[in-house]
Design a protein around this ligand. Sequence first.
Ligand code: ATP
Ligand code: MG
Length: 567
Amino acid sequence: MPNTDSAPPSNFIRTIVARDLSEDKNNGRIVTRFPPEPNGYLHIGHAKSICLNFGIAAENRGGLCNLRFDDTNPSKEEVEYVESIKQDVRWLGFDWGDRLHYASDYFEKLYQFAVELIKMGKAYVCSLTAEEVKKYRGTLTETGTDSPYRTRSVEENLDLFERMRKGEFEDGTHVLRAKIDMTSPNLNMRDPAIYRIKKTSHHRTGDTWCIYPMYDFTHCLSDSIEGITHSLCTLEFEDHRPLYDWFLDELNVDCHPQQIEFARLNLSFSITSKRKLLRLVEEDRVSSWDDPRMPTISGIRRRGYTPESIRNFCERISVAKKKSVVDIGLLEYSIRENLNEQAPRVLAVLRPLKVIIDNYPEDQTEELDALNHPQNPDMGTRKIPFSREIYIERDDFLEDPPKKFFRLAPGREVRLRYAYYITCERIIKDEQTGDVIEVHCTYDPESRGGSTPDGRKVKGTIHWASAAHCVNADVRLYERLFNKENPDSDGSDFTEYLNPDSLETLTECKLEPGLAHATPDTRFQFERLGYFYPDPVDSSEKALVFNRIVTLRDSWAKITKKNLSSK
Ligand code: ATP
Ligand code: MG
């Protein structure tokens, strides 16, 4: 793994930016922007773009990065999305300062640019129907045909365009198109639409407008208005770059940003498309946009990921032109690594089995010393109560254990973490089900703290919680949302590959008492189990709810391997 503490590794965009700076291009300015369309919540793919744009600005002196909402499509955009996007960018650790913009703020300017194009004879009002436009456009192998309206006079175009603005025409009756080249091999250059009529209220401009500029026209000009130097976008815009440049060249603007494309982040066992994630929400496949299984930034945050781990992840996956799918294991690695360093350790029993220590005094409680982080003494110690009745993990007991099982079993001795050695003497079973419901043990009073004067060794150390003192909690165990590596690849509906076991909720888990006051400021390692986080929405002192952020080790790789080999 690359070390992210040192100077970040270069990539082709950093190289371009460094070269531009050394040549004093743009008077040595670096201005980037992150331009989300507020039509959904941001996902992990957007995190890559955010880290790239804000990162490039931050690592160059005087560099700036704007947050610009690309809100040209009035029907799909909502205030809720705007607010969530701001929150997500801030949470990731980036600050746009006073550089918050909306493409809709430029509607009047954009209109004037369109008028200018008309006056230059570079744009015309086309009155073909949408179907006709499609037919006239041609295909990749056939050239297009000029629209019969292409030869309208400048005066007529100006008049019609103004009347479009005034609302004299119905949706779909006219569009304003750039007059470029219907024979261009690049379909984007075949007289693309610049403005369309859409009598829909806009979340910011209300009913001021009934014509709205198209994305390609808006984007390059918004970049130019804001003085962007490097307009970083994903590969699907590569074919749009000639159009991006065409508008800026024809309109002869002062600032002509350089568009540079990079590969989108695709994540295995995941989906990175707002539209598809919206479907999961609308069809109640998940609880909400911030369901902790969602690859949205809000879901990842609620699950308990740290912003630092996401930034490290984005640095590790690097930025390149080549399309690729990143292993979700790398995201999990990033949070595990981050929390391994900083998360305090605690004891929690998720699937409790009662253990009674018959020779321990009934009315006695001891406060035992426990380390908050065994590898980091600076994180100090805490006291945990111990008494006669405790809970251990159901998995840590087997009535009939195989040889290599080093945990509790009849006649066997184990160490209780930070406490004593206990030996299983007898078990009590449910008469009907035959399940073990209680384990009776004896303890060795000389083994306090985990060793004995005789130096006797026990192989297993298990965690526990004192029955009289522990606090109850619900614990939500998350698995991957999809059970197919690329749920989106084979033409079938991606929802077919939703993992039915992506959420398991355990109730009455037994936690050491200090966790009664846990708040979402802290992520914990439940020893031997994984990293956990108090759910910021549902958890309270009265009813604790913890999310499993990630397991301690990557058990998934092993499980899938086993499944594959058993088929
Ligand atoms: P989606 O397909 O999820 O709707 P989008 O590209 O339409 O994504 P935008 O809101 O337009 O979403 O994206 C804002 C910025 O984030 C754009 O510059 C876009 O290129 C970038 N972006 C979107 N998805 C990814 C991704 N998977 N990896 C990297 N950058 C992305
Ligand atoms: Mg988009």
